[in-house]
Design a protein around this ligand. Sequence first.
Ligand SMILES: Cc1ncc(COP(=O)(O)O)c(C=O)c1O
Length: 252
Amino acid sequence: MNPTQIRLDFPLLQREIEGKPITYLDSAATSLKPVQVIDAVSRYYSETTANVHRGIHKLSEQASEEFEKSHEVIGKFINAKKEEVFYTKNATESINAVMYSLLTNDFFQSGDEIVLSKMEHHANLVPWQFVEKKGKAKLVFVDLKEDFTLNMDDLQEKISSKTKLVAMAHTSNTVASINDVQKIGKIAHDYNALFLVDAAQSVPHFKVDVKKIKPDFLDFSGHKMLGPTGTGVLYAQKNDWKKWSHSCMAAA
Ligand SMILES: Cc1ncc(COP(=O)(O)O)c(C=O)c1O
């Protein structure tokens, strides 16, 4: 790896602030954009902009083709089918889309529980607090161990037949732990609960395979992994579609 060469891909790093070169260490919040991405966005606006799936002219056809192709590329990246990939504005919107889909489908009944962990980002907390405030479910939080990893024994204790959803970070932005989401998902599904993985900090860093993890929903952000600002992804497992797809697609 040649960092000097890599820096050349990022026009913003050619800037100086107060006479000093920039060292950018905030990619987990949002990454800088390489020239290849800036050029692709610019090319789209210069050459292909048109209403996707809502026009019968050539430009609209081309834009629609590109739009569909991009779903295939993103799908391959996480080993999902193209039709299981929905675009959102960011990971936060992906989780909110799931929350609204479940609410509008009357998925939660009072007495139900949602299991989260104590290492969740606000994006995977506030939407479920909204459900709790509506009196639709109670939030239950799994403890962390002293080394800041998830306490799997506590998860086993807190999950029960009342659990309708387990929503957990794959990689925590607060304590940097990587959760064994394959194992957590298996436990959730053994209790017939849905399983949402907040993969906003994992997809940008290592291979994430939805066929292995088997989540019902998985979210991540484009803007944290060199993509344009205002891009996020929601993966929704196809079998769940029959139940949730309409509102899911409407939201996402
Ligand atoms: C673990 C985690 N989940 C969700 C989010 C929210 O991501 P976004 O800014 O794409 O909404 C973040 C952002 O830092 C995060 O670290």
